[in-house]
Design a protein around this ligand. Structure first.
Ligand code: ATP
Length: 373
């Protein structure tokens, strides 16, 4: 196994599309790092540059101690698993798994043994279908076979490009567990691309968040959730992501719009310093920031109350009862706001409700999205 390092790696496609801005990333030997970002953020491009399927415009790819930027894919000793399992249709599962070993001239008896060992690592399911053709497999069995083929030769690093996204929810959870177990058993370096932030949070030892081709943050799942590096990370991480409202900070006696619908008494709570955002006027104590800003608050720290009791109000657009919790989507003075409430909440679409926020849980960003100290 080996570390994977990207140094000032960038990619501009023909036509001037900048898929990746120069980025530095260090994936440690034996680490499972998740590359997370919305569609089009450059995740696949980064992975393909590591695999050698795409040539970077600038920068280097280093695997272990070796700069491999200009090496062909076959010389990099990495295994890639794609969203759509890439299996040879005319070979059985057994022959597919054996193929990378046979290409390397491994002796027949050893090939047979390693195929069985590898299949055993991927659940009972795969062992029972070794003599089937890929067309005779379910989607989950196909992806397990592709995983087995990647594992069998013990590469320096594994590259996964959304390998579970085509599977149904139950199978996805099952394979997520199997991949984590594999990671523990093999001590393998794994780079796992996904746009699914639940997958990122549950699988990644660290998560690297890409947005519009820029690497915004690298940190543990807890770090990217609790201390997002900018507004893009804040919005993207979490289900649903953080609420981010456009607003203004206003000190005592500096005028302002007054925040439609806010209780007048609330404005004085923070010594007259407030953030106005949509229909909310949130008293704050810790910031002296005045002027345009963006205020972030996670849905779990938004509560509902009687109109005129909170820091403002909102009109209920959608109610999603999920059993253990209810998500309530509001229009708060022209700005979207989601509240996560425990259990089944008695809230009706089309009504106006008061909004509470936990003022200790606010995140402040400047107009460009950088955090305000
Ligand atoms: P998705 O999750 O949808 O696969 P992604 O985060 O993996 O998205 P990329 O596939 O890396 O994103 O694409 C990043 C950007 O580069 C996008 O704007 C995409 O349209 C563009 N792009 C990707 N491949 C090419 C190509 N071969 N030629 C031109 N532009 C490309």
């Amino acid at each position: 196994m080996a570390s994977v390092t990207l140094r000032r790696l960038s990619k501009v496609f023909d036509g001037g599309i900048q898929a990746l801005h120069p980025l530095d990333l260090d994936v440690r030997d034996g680490e499972l790092l998740v590359l997370l970002g919305p569609s089009g953020s450059g995740k696949t491009t980064a992975l393909r540059c590591i695999a050698g399927l795409e040539a970077p415009t600038t920068g280097d790819v280093v695997i272990g101690e070796r700069v491999v930027t200009h090496d062909p894919p076959a010389d990099r000793d990495v295994a890639m698993v794609f969203q759509t399992p890439a299996l040879y249709p005319h070979l059985t599962v057994r022959e597919n798994i054996a193929f990378p070993l046979e290409m390397r001239g491994v002796a027949d008896a050893q090939v047979a043994r390693r195929v069985l060992e590898t299949a055993a690592r991927l659940g009972e399911g795969l062992q029972t279908v070794l003599d089937r053709m890929p067309a005779q497999l379910s989607e989950g069995e196909r992806q397990r076979a592709a995983l087995a083929r990647a594992i069998v030769r013990g590469p320096q690093a594994f590259l996964f490009d959304e390998p579970l996204s085509r599977l149904d929810a139950r199978l996805r959870i099952e394979l997520r567990g199997e991949l984590l177990a594999l990671h523990r058993a093999l001590g393998a370096t794994m780079i796992y691309v996904t746009h699914d932030q639940t997958e990122a949070m549950t699988m990644g030892q660290r998560v690297a968040v890409l947005h519009e081709g820029r690497l915004r943050q690298v940190g543990t799942p807890e770090e990217v959730y609790q201390r997002p590096a900018d507004v893009h990370v804040a919005r993207f991480v979490g289900t649903p992501g953080m609420n981010v409202l456009q607003g203004r900070g206003r000190g005592p006696g500096t005028g302002g719009t007054g925040g439609a619908g806010a209780g007048a008494g609330a404005v004085d709570e923070g010594g007259g310093r407030v953030i106005e955002a949509g229909s909310l006027t949130i008293p704050v104590e810790l910031t002296t920031y005045e002027g345009e800003l963006q205020v972030g608050i996670r849905p779990e720290y938004v509560g509902l109350c009687a109109v005129d009791k909170g820091v403002g109000n909102g009109d209920v657009l959608v109610v999603e009862p999920l059993g253990s919790e209810t998500l309530v989507y509001l229009n708060a003075g022209g700005q979207p706001l989601v509240a996560r409430l425990p259990g089944f909440a008695d809230v009706r679409v089309g009504t106006r409700v008061g909004v509470r926020v936990d003022r200790r849980r606010l995140y402040l960003f400047d107009a460009a999205g950088a955090p305000l100290a």
